[in-house]
Design a protein around this ligand. Structure first.
Ligand SMILES: Cc1cc2nc3c(=O)[nH]c(=O)nc-3n(C[C@H](O)[C@H](O)[C@H](O)COP(=O)(O)O)c2cc1C
Length: 342
């Protein structure tokens, strides 16, 4: 039988590998193929360009999401605190990483709960692996993770490939849709589904819409690749080679957004996976997303300080604003209707 690392070791491995190794996908997000039409006469004052929005009852200064990453170790708690401080100061949304560690080891609860403590006003997302619904979790666990951080919504992540290429992964994804549907019906908060870096097809988008999810975060290919992370963690050559196979796997983020839009035109879409800057976020919104998320980039900033994370959010916000200005777009409602050049 293969030895499986405890959750705490896994969480610290993830942070270390993401900070120290090149874990990028072999694919790109596809956003580099899209361009705004430059307007030399935008007929706007830059200061007028409004990047704010309301979502799930919260006001955001910009359509930026600090994507779900961590919790469950002392270092992870510190990173969560810094990210949450930055989110509160700048008025953007944030997700915590999978809270399974805290359900299994309650002494880890503060490493997640710190986020709501320092960010009382932020749009905050709880997180669990959807596959855990096939391994004994149900509505009680979903309620507990939401209450733990007083979250505004629950994200259930889908990561079949990550589970399949790691030693001892939870690989039973059979008949999961019915269970996701059950959570959507019973939970008092919206349920969001996300991938973790391989994107969403039209078929999956339709199934998720039938489950009743409130939004889909496509988390497409082009950024952090979890098969690469698992390759660096592999305990033996067999697992290393298996994980290495999938460096070029997945649906790029730009294609994933379009897939969801085509399959379920009314679905709220969040875009993440390889977004480099605010210009990429602006492109995602023009393609049909409501928020743009980044994980790896925020991890690197928060590993230094919360000030670095604030600096990054300010830069991204300004990049969105200047993109809109130079394309002659006054607010996000108009940005949603802009056609990009290919
Ligand atoms: C260190 C780290 C930990 C992550 N842990 C989680 C997690 O627990 N739950 C989850 O849904 N996604 C997790 N992700 C995936 C991200 O939320 C995101 O979907 C993915 O990394 C793509 O974004 P990026 O290319 O900007 O890094 C993690 C990402 C990183 C970098």
């Amino acid at each position: 039988m293969r030895k499986v690392a405890p959750i705490e070791t896994r969480k610290s491995d993830h942070i270390k590998i993401n900070l120290e190794e090149d874990v990028r996908s072999g694919l790109t997000s596809g956003l580099e193929n899209y361009h705004f039409i430059h307007e030399a006469l935008p007929e706007l004052d830059l200061g007028q360009v409004d990047t704010s929005l309301s979502l799930f009852g919260k006001k955001l200064a910009a359509p930026i999401l600090i994507s779900s990453m961590t919790g469950g170790t002392e270092q992870a708690g510190e990173i969560n605190q810094r990210l949450a401080e930055a989110a509160q100061e700048c008025g953007v949304a944030m997700g915590v990483g999978s809270q399974r560690a805290a359900l299994e080891e309650p002494q880890q609860i503060p490493t997640y709960a710190i986020t709501r403590k320092v960010a009382p006003d932020v749009l905050l997302f709880a997180n669990l692996g959807a596959v855990q619904l096939n391994y004994g979790y149900g509505i009680d666990e979903c309620r507990r993770v939401v209450e733990m951080i007083r979250a505004d919504a629950l994200i259930l992540h889908l990561n079949p490939l990550q589970e399949a290429v790691q030693a001892g992964g939870d690989t039973n994804f059979a008949s999961l849709a019915k269970k996701i549907e059950g959570i959507c019906i019973k939970l008092e908060k919206p349920v969001i589904i996300k991938e973790v870096g391989w994107g969403i097809s039209e078929r999956t988008a339709k199934i998720l819409a039938d489950c009743g999810v409130a939004a889909i975060d496509v988390a497409g290919a082009g950024g952090t690749s979890w098969s690469q992370v698992e390759m660096y963690r592999a305990p033996d050559e067999f697992t290393r080679q298996l994980a290495a196979t999938f460096v070029g796997w997945g649906i790029p983020t730009a294609d994933s957004i379009l897939n969801v839009r085509k399959a379920v035109p009314d679905m709220k879409v969040f875009a993440s996976g390889g977004l480099k800057d605010g210009l990429d976020i602006a492109k995602c919104i023009a393609l049909g997303a409501t928020l743009g998320g980044m994980a790896g980039n925020f991890l690197k900033a928060a590993a230094v300080s919360s000030e670095k994370a604030v600096d990054l959010i300010r830069l991204i916000t300004r990049q969105i604003q200047v993109s809109m200005f130079a394309a002659g777009i006054v607010d996000l409602k108009h940005l949603e209707h802009i056609i990009l050049k290919k």
